[in-house]
Write a protein that binds this ligand. Structure first.
Ligand code: NAD
Ligand code: UGA
Length: 324
């Protein structure tokens, strides 16, 4: 198989690239190393893939690279590049979200319609649901994002569906539910919490801590991406971790595994949903998806990785949002 991974230097993209290489794929990674967080982290993320001669890195922006040329001859394009982060997507930063999430996806789809792909898999997000009408949430529930980020992820997902129905591009959009594991982005809760636990330093908890998430281990996400790509599945599917846990419960588990962080409670941040929980029946029926890693086991793997690299790796991201 020949695969293209956009966003290959990121948290999920670097894990996916390694997984595909381990399976014997040839992988072309595309990434423009945005400054959403320290690019030195992205360089480190990519080091294992770069050591494999079947991996080629294209350092460039999807909006300017010759995508038709890069996609030509590929079996699958995994489109993971994007501007992540729910909380910083308000205000003047919104144009960055539109560019990296909507315009870049449209460019990917335009190129995809002129080449013969077996599958184009898009990294969509649970943030499209907003505060959902029902839990666990199925794909039939009406998406109502409550963050500008969620709006751009939903727009890109609609574009995938549109190019599928209008031009027959075989798209699969996977709605990831809060992904965690080693290399998690430094603006996300677990990477900060693990670092704070190991160092006994401050963890800023937004809101009451009663908010719940269907946290999903990155290894389960990577398997889902591959299995969706190699199945007949097209359309939209939730990918969750199989349990719903509050941030207060997560703080307890991390205290147990890593040490006690100094938790400071701040106000809830605008754009944060109260709860997420995935109904994963569509993914189960479509490509046999079942999460394999429990939250406690996944967190233990994160703590172990952070210990072996000498910390949580939770550097400050450029736009982490402020409490409102
Ligand atoms: P990440 O920021 O670590 O990785 C995204 C990568 O895309 C970065 O390395 C960035 O440099 C690159 N990129 C952005 N715009 C680009 C462009 N125009 N051209 C080339 N490269 C570009 O983020 P992540 O956490 O690995 O998330 C990957 C994808 O999954 C994103 O699309 C995100 O919206 C989606 N997602 C993530 C989560 C999660 O919990 N991490 C949940 C739901 C959806
Ligand atoms: C995550 C990703 O960051 C998004 O890219 C993704 O699209 C989204 O999941 C998704 O599932 O679609 P989020 O759920 O906010 O978003 O993930 P975290 O950043 O890990 O936050 C989890 C919870 O911890 C949130 O309630 C957040 O407010 C809280 N948090 C986060 C803190 O209390 N303190 C922090 O320093 C960071």
């Amino acid at each position: 198989m020949r695969s293209v991974v956009t966003g290959a230097a990121g948290f999920v993209g670097s894990h996916l690239s390694e997984h595909l290489l381990a399976r014997g794929d040839e992988v072309v990674g595309i990434d423009c190393f945005t400054d959403y967080y320290d690019t030195a982290i992205k360089e480190r993320n990519l080091a294992p893939a770069l050591a494999d001669e079947r991996f080629t890195l294209v350092r460039g922006d999807l909006l300017t690279e010759p995508l038709i040329e890069l996609f030509d001859g590929a079996d699958v394009v995994y489109h993971l590049a994007g501007q992540p982060g729910v909380r910083p997507s308000w205000g003047s930063d919104f144009s960055t979200y539109v560019s990296h999430n909507v315009l870049a996806t449209q460019a990917v789809l335009e190129a995809a319609r002129t080449v013969e792909l077996k599958k184009l898999v898009y990294a969509s997000s649970s943030s499209v649901y907003g505060d959902a009408e029902s839990y666990p949430t199925s794909e039939r529930v009406r998406p109502q994002p409550i963050s500008p980020y969620g709006v751009t992820k939903l727009a890109a997902e609609h574009l995938c569906e549109l190019y599928r129905t209008a031009f027959g591009v075989p798209t699969a959009s996977l709605r990831f539910f809060t992904v965690y594991g080693p290399r998690q982005r430094p603006d996300m809760a677990f990477s900060r919490l693990v670092a704070a636990g190991l160092e006994g330093s401050v963890f800023e908890l937004y809101g009451t801590g009663e908010q719940t998430r269907d946290f999903t281990y990155v290894g389960d996400i990577v398997r889902a991406l591959h299995d969706a790509a190699t199945s007949d599945f097209v359309g939209v599917a939730n990918i969750g971790g199989g349990s719903r846990t509050s941030m207060n419960e997560v703080v307890e588990i991390v205290s147990d595994l890593a040490g006690e962080p100094d938790v400071r409670r701040l106000a809830k941040v605008r754009g944060d949903v109260k709860d997420t929980a995935a109904d994963t029946q569509v993914a189960r029926d479509g490509f046999g998806y079942a999460p394999q890693v429990s939250l406690r086991d996944g967190l233990a793997l994160m703590v172990e990785a952070a210990r072996s690299t000498g910390g949580g790796g939770a550097a400050t991201a450029s736009g982490t949002g402020s409490a409102t």
